[in-house]
Every structure is written in structure tokens, then in C-alpha cells.
Design a protein around this ligand. Structure first.
Ligand code: GDP
Length: 138
């Protein structure tokens, strides 16, 4: 069993896609072990995306991630880190495979609806960034 962090980003929440995204996870047998809504401050978003701070789009990404509420979830299942990345599709929705969340709903390389941890190490950091042990229902 593996765990990963998923975020329905502010564009996904504003556009009423929470149910759609969760439906895709549940219909693949992925279990939601924790979930909450967060309206990130600049400091919170900067801490979360610290690895990207040198990238040219960092400022724009911070404005986007702090533009409205997001839904953060801990997903649990076999091979769920890779499985979630597969359901999300490529970062750039124009390159994402058909039937993926980003291909179906993203409007921009930045406003791409969902985030998912990309390795066991990032999953551990990202889950711990938003949830303490008591909030994750085993
Ligand atoms: P991810 O793991 O697929 O989310 O992709 P990355 O870790 O490379 O990038 C993090 C997030 O930054 C992406 O999901 C996008 O929201 C945003 N992003 C990535 N590349 C670009 C870019 O070239 N321009 C802009 N404006 N945003 C980007």
C-alpha cells in the first residue's frame, strides 16, 4: 500500500470539478485517507513548491495557487503515486494522454486542475506538509 498527496488546484475548485476528480479516483479503486479544503497563504504555497523557486514561472504559480481554495487529499492504494500521475496526465495538457484529467479539463500549462506527488520521497514531504498523523484515517 502506498500513499500520495493530491491537490485539486484553485481552478478545479472554482470550476466545480471536485466531484469529477474524486469520482475518477474512486472508480479506479483509490481510497481517500484524508481530505480538507485549504486557502493557501503565499508563505504556505512557497513552502510547498520550494523546489521550483528558481523557475521563471514561480511567481505566477504562487499567484495561481493562492487565488482561491484548493482541496488537498491523501490517496491510498497499490502503486498509487504512479497511478495518480497516470490519471492526471502530463503537466502540459496539450501533451497529456486522452482521457486524463488534465487533457479533459486543463486550460493552460499552469492552470492544470490537479497536483500529484511524483515520488515516494515527495509524497512523504507533501503529505506531512498538510496533514498530521491523526488526520489520516488508516
Ligand atoms: P507537475 O508535477 O506535473 O505538476 O509539474 P511540475 O512539478 O513541473 O510543475 C509544477 C506546476 O507548475 C505545474 O503543475 C503547473 O501548474 C506549473 N507549471 C509547470 N510548468 C510551467 C510553465 O512552463 N509555465 C507556467 N506558467 N506554469 C508551469
Amino acid at each position: 500500500m502506498e500513499r500520495t498527496l493530491s491537490i485539486i488546484k484553485p481552478d478545479g475548485v472554482a470550476r466545480g470539478l471536485i466531484g469529477e476528480v474524486i469520482k475518477r479516483f474512486e472508480s479506479e479503486g483509490i481510497r481517500i485517507a484524508a481530505m480538507k479544503m485549504v486557502f493557501m497563504s503565499k508563505a504556505q504555497a512557497e513552502g510547498f513548491y520550494a523546489v521550483h523557486r528558481e523557475r521563471p514561472f514561480f511567481g505566477s504559480l504562487m499567484d495561481f495557487m493562492t487565488s482561491g481554495p484548493a482541496v488537498v487529499m491523501v490517496l491510498e492504494g497499490e502503486n498509487v503515486i504512479a497511478k495518480n500521475r497516470e490519471l492526471m496526465g502530463a503537466t502540459n495538457y496539450k501533451e497529456a494522454a486522452e482521457g486524463t484529467i488534465r487533457r479533459d479539463f486543463a486550460t493552460d500549462i499552469e492552470k492544470n486542475v490537479v497536483h500529484g506527488s511524483d515520488s515516494p520521497e515527495t509524497a512523504e514531504f507533501e503529505i506531512g506538509y498538510f496533514f498530521n498523523k491523526l488526520e489520516i484515517v488508516g
